[in-house]
Design a binder for this molecule. Structure first.
Ligand code: S3P
Length: 182
């Protein structure tokens, strides 16, 4: 039975490869909530994949649609939202998401993130980069101040998806806080 606040959204932020989508989907299933992945929402809306939007349109257009999407999905009540890794960097996005519920920042080291995403779905920000781990480090440094403002920070290192989903549900019940970003 769900004892955590049913009206509050559960919002996952964190770098690419931190597990937002898989963990979000698992939490939603466990709590019987609706799950929305903002990147998939954008892809359906434009009929293009995220890499196609970056390549054929622009990152700017992607960020504009991302802002509209965050506004829209934040109006739902009691859902689980997985954002794209860059969404929370925009202060307006962060504010809107925060007002809709809890924000959980998922953590993993740049090395771990790269191991997870190498050879998987194309990440436009890592395309044609000689040193992708360094790029991830730079992106992390650029975003960590925002991630640090999340209500909860959860490390995903050496843990299974199911275990992390349970940890987050437990956190929302008990509000035990730990910090990885600050
Ligand atoms: C981005 C992360 C991607 C996607 C886009 C930009 C970013 O989502 O939104 O490629 O700025 O970090 P994932 O975090 O799901 O890979």
């Amino acid at each position: 039975m769900e004892i955590i606040d049913e009206a509050k959204n559960i919002v996952l932020i964190g770098l690419m490869g931190s597990g937002k989508s898989a963990i979000g989907r698992t939490i939603a299933k466990k709590l019987g909530r609706r799950f929305i992945d903002t990147d998939r929402f954008i892809e359906r809306k434009l009929g293009k994949t995220v890499p196609e939007i970056f390549e054929q349109e622009s990152e700017n257009l992607f960020r504009t649609i991302e802002r509209e999407t965050i506004k829209k999905v934040s109006q739902y009540i009691g859902i689980v939202i997985a954002t794209g890794g860059g969404a929370a960097k925009d202060p307006e996005n962060f504010k809107v998401l925060k007002e809709s519920g809890w924000i959980i920042a998922l953590y993993a080291s740049p090395e771990t993130l790269y191991k997870r995403i190498a050879g998987k779905k194309v990440r436009p920000l890592l395309l044609n980069q000689k040193d992708p781990v360094k790029v991830l480090e730079d992106i992390l440094n650029d975003r960590k101040a925002m991630y640090a403002q999340a209500d909860f920070q959860v490390s995903t290192e050496n843990k299974e998806i199911n275990e992390i989903a349970d940890e987050i549900i437990d956190l929302l019940d008990t509000e035990k806080k730990v910090n990885y970003y600050s």
